[in-house]
Write a protein that binds this ligand. Structure first.
Ligand SMILES: Cc1cc2nc3c(=O)[nH]c(=O)nc-3n(C[C@H](O)[C@H](O)[C@H](O)COP(=O)(O)OP(=O)(O)OC[C@H]3O[C@@H](n4cnc5c(N)ncnc54)[C@H](O)[C@@H]3O)c2cc1C
Length: 431
């Protein structure tokens, strides 16, 4: 059995290993000059490859149940066992799972050492440009001709693991999509996901570098679409941070539909607006004790409002100063004006802004800055082992499929799980 894997990313390398373990002769064709280029960049070089918590809405796409089925079948424990058997220790920080030394290189080395042991051939600088099923498409043994820019290969089974379009510098740019479409496959519209969201508000851009722990929600034409909580980062022309990245696939979709897309930032997620109003009142109008001497000479205590601080100085006591200045301007409060003079009504307006600071989204930061791609080959056309229902003997795995995960190691778990099932099945292994 001759298996060709197209693309030496995590999905392709896992597929190659599993097929070789089942006794197939395996060749991996990779367009870049070395395998696993993107893997080295994952998790800021630490490679968060899975998660202790696989529950909930962690996979997206037209059929999230498909991703669930595949990642249940070859699950987190199967993946941990796989790496432990290769001698790579692992650890978790919170729920996120990493190699023990927190170096992506260890994950790459573990995969490459196993490929070497199994005599998997990895041919770099080989870009596949066509996949041609041999004469009888109904006969799964008829095989494929694989054309690269410079050469030709033959195989019985082919596993396509060319990734999505995110981070094209690492080799994945959708260059083989046309071939899969011409073979009859449906491409669900691809868009950047896990990507910073752009805005055009120049005043907001002046807050670049500010990090905010907050709750965020996304609306499209005023309709609630997603919500998250965590730390966001304001940049010159975009917002990033895990909560924004998680919501971004819905933002790119809404923008493509021409809907008005807004991020709502709740700067005080643990307080209701009324509670916040009380806190602001205390900050802007703090009372202090005054002792007046009355006619009989006794001291009488009364309270007065401090008038020692500007509105900006007051709000900066509980908010980053640049952010405080921006929010004051939204509430039409002059930053240098006396805090004690800000009326109750105006404080109420400020509380409303702090609970719902809105950022109109004008776009996304593009595939160059995206961590994954939403959309891809429709999973309706794939078997539970990632085999094509249209072209027997062809498999489609990893980010190329219409599956995208949230942050936390879910995308690599999907890549490894889908690659493992396809590799085993392609080589005719035990299900
Ligand atoms: C900066 C960054 C950080 C990330 N961090 C994490 C993280 O911490 N945790 C996580 O779970 N996910 C993370 N991801 C996402 C994760 O890396 C991807 O989902 C995963 O790599 C997808 O694996 P894949 O094998 O399907 O595709 P890829 O890794 O994209 O590999 C595809 C391979 O196919 C090759 N190729 C493409 N076309 C051809 C062709 N025609 N012929 C031959 N070869 C071809 C490419 O060169 C590439 O090597 C991150 C992504 C980025 C960009």
């Amino acid at each position: 059995m001759e298996v060709i894997v197209v693309g030496a990313g995590p999905a392709g390398m896992m597929a190659a290993i599993q097929a070789a373990r089942e006794g197939a002769r395996v060749t991996v064709l990779e367009r870049k000059d070395k395998p696993l280029k993107k893997l080295y960049a994952t998790g800021n070089g630490r490679c968060n490859f899975s998660n202790l918590n696989m529950e909930g809405d962690v996979y997206r796409g037209n059929d999230p149940g498909f991703a669930r089925m595949v990642t249940d079948c070859y699950d987190r424990n199967s993946l941990l066992l796989f790496f432990h058997n290769l001698g790579m220790m692992t650890k978790h920080i919170g729920d996120y799972i990493y190699p023990y030394n927190e170096q992506a290189r260890s994950v790459a080395d573990a995969l490459l050492l196993e490929c070497r042991r199994l005599s998997v051939r990895i041919k770099c600088d080989e870009q596949v440009v066509d996949i041609i099923p041999k004469s009888d498409p109904d006969d799964s043994d008829s095989g494929f001709d694989i054309r690269t820019i410079t050469g030709k290969y033959n195989c019985d089974k082919v596993i396509v693991a060319t990734g999505g379009k995110a981070s094209p510098a690492h080799g994945s740019d959708g260059n083989l999509n046309g071939v899969l479409i011409s073979l009859g496959h449906t491409m669900i519209t691809q868009r950047p996901a896990l990507v910073p969201l752009k805005f055009s508000d120049k005043r907001l851009g002046k807050l670049a570098g500010v990090r905010i722990k907050c709750a965020v929600s996304l609306t499209a034409d005023g309709e609630a679409v997603a919500d998250e909580r965590g730390e966001i980062i304001l940049n010159k022309d975009n917002i990033s941070g895990i909560p924004v990245m998680q919501m971004s696939r819905y933002a790119t979709e809404a923008l493509a539909q021409g809907r008005v897309t807004e991020v709502h930032i709740d700067l005080f997620p643990d307080e209701t607006q009324d509670e916040l109003k009380v806190l602001l009142n205390n900050t802007f109008h703090p009372e202090y004790a005054v002792f007046d001497r009355c006619e009989q000479g006794n001291r009488v205590k009364r309270s007065d409002i401090r008038r020692d601080r500007s509105a900006l100085e007051a709000l900066s006591l509980c908010l980053n100063e640049k952010l405080a200045e921006y929010c004051l301007s939204l509430a039409r409060i002059v930053p240098g004006s006396l805090g004690g003079n800000v009326s109750d009504g105006t404080l109420n307006r400020l509380a409303g802004i702090l609970k719902d600071m809105r950022v109109t989204v004008t776009g996304d930061a593009g595939y160059e800055r995206a961590q994954v791609t939403s959309g891809g080959i429709s999973t309706d056309e794939l078997t539970a082992d990632l085999g094509s229902r249209l072209i027997p003997g062809l498999y489609i795995v990893g980010e190329l499929c219409d599956v995208d995960g949230t942050c936390g190691g879910y995308n690599l778990q999907w890549a490894f799980s889908s690659g493992a099932l396809a590799g085993t099945d392609a080589a005719g292994g035990i299900k």
